[in-house]
Design a protein around this ligand. Structure first.
Ligand SMILES: Nc1ncnc2c1ncn2[C@@H]1O[C@H](COP(=O)(O)OP(=O)(O)OP(=O)(O)O)[C@@H](O)[C@H]1O
Length: 274
């Protein structure tokens, strides 16, 4: 499904934990179905920003708008509705380990199911078919009956993406989606997110701890430092000098320290004889 122009507007957003501002006066407007990478050193405020968008954390000040709706103060059903429109993917996948893959994916429909149906694990047949179609799209349908814990990290993250897609979200918020994965699986997961963005027109905002991934997969990169946005531009504008400022590093800064080795993996593959 392709949506019309979607606008997410973050206006002077601040989140304080005691005296510490995790996010401070952040304003960002995202139009259309962009794929955005958020980068920055540990503690820069990336997770807190995503959690506020999804309303897992409440803002101390400022506002978040999606289209003509302010979502900052939604409560109850309206808040749950918003949370299903902006699905979250986490570093640690957050699956139910002992539950089979397809049931984990069906959990993505929880928001719109009755308590009784949830209690007895009753899912409409069309939802089960849709879950399997989504798993198929992500190349892991053959794992549908297996327990989630039996899958590799990369496969588990794709199950988490499938669970998110089950909500048919307009926005996918991915908090360090590849931080626990080896380079090969990191690439598979990032390829999946990019494809979902390209084919479905969903907005994707991903916190990434590596520069090369942000450059390679994103149309726009936002750099955060100490809670503030210190860079907002294209991958081309993200030079080593700019990266040094974002990470608050000195002249010794090396991009290799923020690399997932995806690029190295690619280079190695290209160097292999056919
Ligand atoms: N629940 C909390 N209570 C107190 N302080 C918090 C809480 N959550 C985050 N912080 C603080 O807010 C700041 C930003 O944290 P946040 O997790 O958003 O950064 P991050 O850029 O996502 O870092 P990382 O890449 O390590 O996840 C940090 O100083 C952190 O210690």
């Amino acid at each position: 499904m392709i949506w019309g122009i979607c606008v997410l507007r973050i206006d002077k957003l601040t989140k304080r934990f005691g005296a510490n501002a995790a996010v401070e006066n952040v304003s960002i407007t995202i139009e259309g179905s962009a794929m955005i990478g958020v980068i920055g050193a540990s503690g820069a405020g990336k997770s807190t920003l995503l959690r506020m968008i999804n309303r897992l954390a409440d803002a101390s000040e400022g506002a978040i708008w999606y289209q003509d709706r302010e979502v900052t103060h939604l409560t109850g059903k309206a808040k749950r509705q918003w949370q299903s429109e902006c699905a979250m993917i986490f570093q640690q996948f957050n699956l139910v380990p002992r539950m089979d893959v397809v049931s984990n994916v069906l959990h993505g429909t929880l928001n719109r199911r009755s308590t009784l149906a949830t209690l007895f694990n009753l899912y409409p047949t069309e939802d089960i078919h849709r879950a399997i179609d989504i798993l198929d799209r992500l190349g892991i349908a053959e794992n549908a009956p297996k327990r989630a814990e039996a899958l590799s990290g990369g496969q588990q993250q794709r199950v988490a993406i499938a669970r998110a897609l089950m909500q048919d979200p307009k926005i996918i918020l991915a908090d360090e989606p590849i931080a626990s994965l080896d380079p090969m699986n990191a690439q598979i997961v990032m390829d999946a997110l990019r494809r979902i963005h390209d084919e479905d027109g969903r907005m994707v905002i991903a916190n990434l701890h590596t520069l090369d991934t942000a450059r390679r997969y994103c149309d726009r990169v936002i750099g955060m430092r100490k809670g503030r946005v210190v860079f907002d531009g294209t991958p081309e504008q993200l030079t080593t000098g700019v990266a040094r400022d974002i990470y608050g590093a000195g002249a010794e800064f090396s991009e290799a320290t923020t690399s997932t080795d995806i690029a190295a993996l690619e280079a190695g593959r290209e160097a292999l004889p056919a």
